[in-house]
Structures are given as structure tokens and as C-alpha cells.
Write a protein that binds this ligand. Sequence first.
Ligand code: HEC
Ligand code: HEC
Length: 283
Amino acid sequence: MIAAAAPAAAGDAAVKRGEYLFVAADCTSCHTDTQHKGAFLAGGPPLATPFGVFYAPNITTDPHDGIGNWTEADFHRALRSGIGHGGEYLYPVFPFTSFTNLTDQDIADLYAYLRTVPPVAQPNKADDITPPFGWRFLLWFWRALFFREGPLPTGPGHDAEWQRGRYLAEAVAHCQECHTPRNLLGALDESVAYSGNPDGPDKQDAPNITSDPSSAIANWSVDDLTQLLTDGQTPDFDYVGSGMAEVVKGTGALTKADRRAIAVYIKSQPPIHTERREKKKPE
Ligand code: HEC
Ligand code: HEC
């Protein structure tokens, strides 16, 4: 019956689009404890931050331990507004400050994809947060000071490729979450966007990727940057490691046009000079 087949096909397309975004956003690395062979999306490894250790929860379709009983509206509210199922404020370790910039359509597609994930009954681990940061209600102040709800308005004066790159970098692949320094309350300091953060998530040392000639990547071409986002190779034939290797798994699955768009957008960042540092030794 043609009438019945049509909605199913539309649903499949939404799931496919959702999966594309899901991979690019690298939801897996926080929500799956790969190192301990944890079940897919059933809860993540410890995420160390200056405010304590967080565990990304189970987001499988299990109705009790996961988000199986969440409506699309609940899910939309979590990504757009950083608000959980019970109306609680979510901690910005969950990069909703980037995901807020997603379009309604993309959030709906992500939801469609997550509905296909098998349920896993695995209770969430409690976070281990340094007081007073464990007091969720304080997030009200944090949000009032630092959170601007999306979606992202179009940036004036740029072509479609740049707009697409900006959307992918800011809303989906959340490059700033690691590459932009944070203030004392853990909010991104966008006045120095992309100038690097030696104290990135999980103690990662994320370098300056602005166009500053001496401390950043001014000498990388758009092709160099596209290459890095494809397989992790840098212009001097090294390979990026730590969290960036995970990011590349996501961007490597994008179309070439999408990777190039990100590169074009990143290359347009104004130069910000920082002291060149020795790479921190992995802990
Ligand atoms: C950098 C790590 C990180 C990434 C990447 C990430 N999350 Fe999360 N997520 C978290 C953490 C930590 C929490 C818990 C926040 C809290 O307890 O307030 C969370 C919470 C959530 C919640 C709320 C679940 C609940 O039970 O309250 C949903 C839904 C969610 N994430 C979906 C996603 C999706 C979809 C993606 C990819 C588009 C994603 N997350 C990417 C770390 C992450
Ligand atoms: C989870 C944290 C994280 C996210 C998200 C992230 N990066 Fe990185 N990035 C890093 C780290 C850490 C390094 C350093 C890797 C190393 O030392 O091998 C790095 C390295 C790089 C480099 C190499 C710079 C150099 O001087 O060698 C570039 C370019 C880069 N990232 C671009 C991006 C772009 C573009 C995005 C978004 C698509 C992004 N990163 C998202 C953590 C991140």
C-alpha cells in the first residue's frame, strides 16, 4: 500500500539524517564507556572537570534507566534548553550550550535516530562534584549569566559554505567546547574563541586553532584542515591524539563538502595570540 509506505520511508530518512548528526556530534564518546566495553549509550566514562567528576547518563530507549519514556518535546527541551526530564537544570558538561544552536529539524532527526537504539537496563552512576557545584539550583545563576538559547541566527556577510561550516562547528561538532578557554565558572569565554584551552575536558590540552601565525594554525590551508578532519593527519604528517582522535572519527564520517565547510569557517577565525606551550604529558 503506497499510502502506508510513504510515512515509513520518511521515518527512515529522519533516522538516517539523525545518525549522521549523531556521529558528527560524537554523542557516543561521552555516553558509552568504550574502555570498559560498556553497552552502547548506556552511560559514559568519568568526565573530569575542575568542578568534579561527571558521568554522562544512559540515553538508550530503556524506559527506566534510559530515556525510553521521553517524548520528543522532552528531548527537544534537553538539547535546546539544557533542562532534564524532571524540569531540572542540566550541567553544562553536557554541551547543550552548543546543541542549543541546532535547528528544530535536526533535533527531531536526532530523536528519531535515538529511538532505534536498543534499550539497556543500566542505572546511572552518581556524579562526584565539588561543593557548591553539586547544587543544581545554582545553575539558574550560571544560565542567567552565560547561557544564550539558540537556534543560531545566520551570520551576516558570508556565503553558504561558511554558514554550513559555522553551523557544524558551533552547533554539531561543538569545537569550542574544547578549543575555547573557560572562565572561573566554567563558561566559554567567547571573546577569545578558539584560542585553545590547556584545561580542556578530561584534562585535555586543546591547542589554539585561530589564524595567529606564531601560536596557532595560520600556516594551515583549508585543504590541510580538511585533511585533519578526515583522518587526523596534520600537515607535518603527525596524527592528532587524545579527544581530537575521537572528534575525527565523527568528522571523518561527514561528507567531504561538510568537512571542507568546517575548515573554511575555522580558517576565518581572527588571530588571537597565545604563548606557545609545551604539550602537556598525558596523565
Ligand atoms: C562532552 C560530553 C557529552 C557529549 C559530547 C554529549 N553528552 Fe549528553 N550528557 C553529558 C552529561 C555529563 C550529561 C548529564 C548532565 C547532568 O547530569 O546534568 C548528559 C545528559 C544528556 C541528556 C539528558 C539525559 C538525562 O537522563 O537527563 C541527553 C538526552 C543527552 N545528554 C543527549 C546527548 C546527545 C543526543 C548528544 C549528541 C548530540 C550528547 N548527549 C552529547 C555529556 C555529553
Ligand atoms: C573533545 C575535545 C575536542 C573537541 C570537541 C575538538 N577538539 Fe580539536 N583538539 C583537541 C585536542 C586535545 C587536540 C590536541 C591533540 C593532540 O595533542 O594530538 C586538538 C587538536 C586540534 C587541531 C590540531 C592543531 C595543531 O596545532 O596541531 C585542530 C586543527 C583541531 N583540533 C580542530 C578542531 C575542530 C575544527 C573541531 C570541531 C570539528 C575540534 N577540533 C573539536 C580537542 C578537541
